[in-house]
Design a protein around this ligand. Sequence first.
Ligand code: BDR
Ligand code: CA
Length: 314
Amino acid sequence: MTRKIIIDTDPGIDDAMAIFFAFQAQELDVLGLTTVFGNVPVTLATENALRLAEIAGVDVPVAEGVAVPSVIAPRPHPDFVHGTDGFGNINWPSPKGKAIEQSAAEFIVEQVRQFPGEVTIVALAPLGNLAKALELDPEIANLVDEVVLMGGAAHEFGNVSPVAEANIINDPHAADKVFTAPWQVTMIGLDVTHQVVLGNAILGRIKEEKPDQGGFLYDCAQHYIKFYSDRFPIEGCYFHDASTIAYLMDPSIFTVERGPIRVACEGIALGQTIFAPEGLSYPEPHWDGVPSTQVCMEVDEERLLKLYEETMVS
Ligand code: BDR
Ligand code: CA
């Protein structure tokens, strides 16, 4: 049986890697893409989601979501990572399609209600749409199969501050709502995504086998690879968003620890995902009664990259 997923996204170069991966995966049925501000403004995220569906030749609804964080002021979009077009400044032509009328949160609620217990939300961006969906219909927390999100860092250093990861710091209040709601959250954070490096050898082979999707990915990845290779001792880019899809396809590639997470919503720790390992108790009450998140801690890089390449060329 295929697993139904909604991908919440801010495309974004690594979002593109994840979305094509999900489209290729036989085990997954992508019900729709919902968009949010983050790597680019939300209107561009929507256009980019439509572009990706058209390049892949997949007919899937795209619903536009929130344009700004729930509480804090918006941060600048990181064009130094993803380019001003979100795809490494390759200036891909405009999409032909349009977003549906429903908002992202309305689409999420509708799909979860239509398929109770069956929908997994894969979140690759700031979490405002998920928080909005919970506000619209709190009952969905009991009807969603799982929330698998790329974001946060339990023990690893952050990528926007020493403790904060980009998707969480961009909307920390929304993230705290998502981590404290009564649904199963699995966090694929920097603890694991910093253990996997995708380089041009694999991207080149995917391009050879699948010129449309692979050629697009190869071209946009060059900007992203330069950003990472200039800053870190790696030749390639960290494998952020697409790790969520690998987790859905084969969770045995990852090791997981469990425990509640709270998000720091002010001060110099803004956006920190503070993990309290299950079984430890503290006099500070902030984690009491909060459902346990499954936090991915280790990943088998070789198996993950093999799964990515094999799926992409299949
Ligand atoms: C996350 O932030 C964005 O730049 C990426 O698309 C990814 O979702 C990595 O921290
Ligand atoms: Ca993203």
